[in-house]
Structure formats: structure tokens, C-alpha cells
Design a protein around this ligand. Sequence first.
Ligand SMILES: *[C@@H]1O[C@H](CO)[C@@H](O)[C@H](O)[C@H]1NC(C)=O
Length: 333
Amino acid sequence: MPKSPHLHFLLLLVFNVSAFGANAAAAAATGTLQFKEAPQFYNSPDCPLLTDEDDSNGESSIFCSDQAIHVAITLDSAYIRGSMAVILSVLQHSSCPQNIAFHFVASVYPFDDSSVSRLISTSIRSALDCPLNYARSYLANLLPLCVSRVVYLDSDLVLVDDIAKLAATPLGDDSVLAAPQYCNANFTSYFTTTFWSNPSFSLTFANRKPCYFNTGVMAIDLDRWRKGDYTTKIEEWMEVQKRMRIYNLGSLPPFLLVFAGNIVPVDHRWNQHGLGGDNFRGLCRDLHPGPVSLLHWSGKGKPWARLDANRPCPLDALWAPYDLLQTPFALDS
Ligand SMILES: *[C@@H]1O[C@H](CO)[C@@H](O)[C@H](O)[C@H]1NC(C)=O
């Protein structure tokens, strides 16, 4: 077991995408959940050929390739069905599926979560306090140094467009992160009065025009992240939160504190968010106007839970085709 401080509590699992079907089906057999094998996906003829930058690694060289599209997803038992659907949707809509390197972040031993647990304060929704929810803050530390750009995806979404377009978002001269942002959202409401009434905190936004963005879909320049040591900056805000309660949500506000106003805005089609419903009642939501490249069931309600309960929202029908769960009464073959 490597002794790097961050690998201590989060294990990075890597799968070669060409072996995805068999490996993932076996690996994902958690408890009673069994998953169907996904079909093989093949590159179209004009896809870039991945060069072996480190051929000593043999097959796993895709994980260091600049031409590969690197995607980071968390895996845990509560959301595994969602993670499988994310992967299938990414592969299905990609024209170069064999050039996609998935980096899975999984919690190894529950007690090993302690190093981040001590930084987590209670938020209004306890699911947000799961240590893996904070994995997105540690990608620069968890992923191999050779990976310089990654697309982070939550586990409650599906893509209906080629992830290569999102991954290729230009980050300009110095931006670290690209995500859809929402300048009409009431930014003030993401932080408490304690925060806004203390100039030493609120002045952090003094020379910025901060807008809300959702951290469930982000393209991140990991080299710039590492150089700027943004992990530490995020942790510093989490330390403040532990002492003074400057916000109410979980992993999102520290991202807003560090990056809001300095991100590259991505077209809203890449995060049709809120489909899960609100944080309290799980009401059905409709799509926002405009084109759709990614559907995101953020909020309390999840499509797999509603489908299982036979009370799906209309849009849950768009998630269902990506569900790889093998139901006992529908075993194929
Ligand atoms: C924004 O939210 C704050 C805090 O929740 C509230 O006091 C303020 O009235 C809101 N502003 C608007 C324009 O809704």
C-alpha cells in the first residue's frame, strides 16, 4: 500500500476501458447487486492513436496519455448504479471510446476516511457529508502526476453528447477550472451571515464577480491546480467552516470560495442540473430551456430509487436506458 498521504484514505482504481465490460461487471458485484456486461465500444477510424508515453507500463499507458480523455468518477456502494450509468453513457456517446481513461476514486476502509472526516462539518443533507463527496477536491493529489487535465463527473448524471467536447474546453492563460456557471443564482445565499459580516472572509470575493457553479461537472487543469496548491486552499476554508459555520452545504462552498469568478464558463447544456428535485421533498423537475448534452439528477431524488419504487419522474425515463443493474427477474441469456 503506497504511503502517500492522500492515497491513505482514498484508493485510486484504474480500469482499462477496453476491458471495461468484464472487469466492471465483476468488480461491481457489491452485495446483491449484479451488473450486466456492457457492449464493447470501438474508436471511429479518425480517432487519434494513443502513443505510449511510458511503455514500461504496457497496457496501462492510456493513463498517462495526453491524447486520452481522462474522466474521474467516485465509486461507492450507495451510488454504484449511478456510476455505472455515467460510464456507459460516456462510452456510448463518444466517438473515441477507447481513448477514454476512467479514474475511479473509491473509499477503501471506512476508518481510513478519518483524515477528511475531521474536516467535514454537518451540512443540511447528510449524504453530502460522505467523505467521497470531497474526492473532487483531491483529484490533483490522487491522479498520477502525468495526468494534466481531467473531467470530473458526479454519479447521478448521464451524458447524451461526446465528452471530448467538454474535455476540450479552452482554459485560457490561467484558469484552473471550467464549469457551467449561473450568475442569476443568488450567490449570497450560499454563505451564512457569519461569513458576510466578517470582512476578513467576505473580502475574498473583493476583486471578483463570483457566480454560482455546480461542482458535479468540471473540467480541471491538474497542473495548474497542483502549482497553485488549491487543495490546501480548499482545506483551509474547511477548517474555517469547522470553527465558525460560514456555509450550509457540503463540498460545494469551498469550491465557490476558491474559484467563483475565476472559472471558464461552459455552456449550460453540459449541466442540466436539479433533475433530482429539491433538498426537502424530492419533487419532479423539468429540463431548463435550451439544448441538452448532460442530464444531472442533482438534488435529493435519484432516478434509480424512484424507478425501483415505481414512482419515477417523467425525466427518469432518460436515465433508465443506461441502467446496467441486472434485476433478478430479467436475467439475460
Ligand atoms: C439573496 O439571499 C440572501 C440570503 O439568503 C437574502 O437575504 C437576499 O434577500 C437574497 N437576494 C435576492 C435578490 O433574492
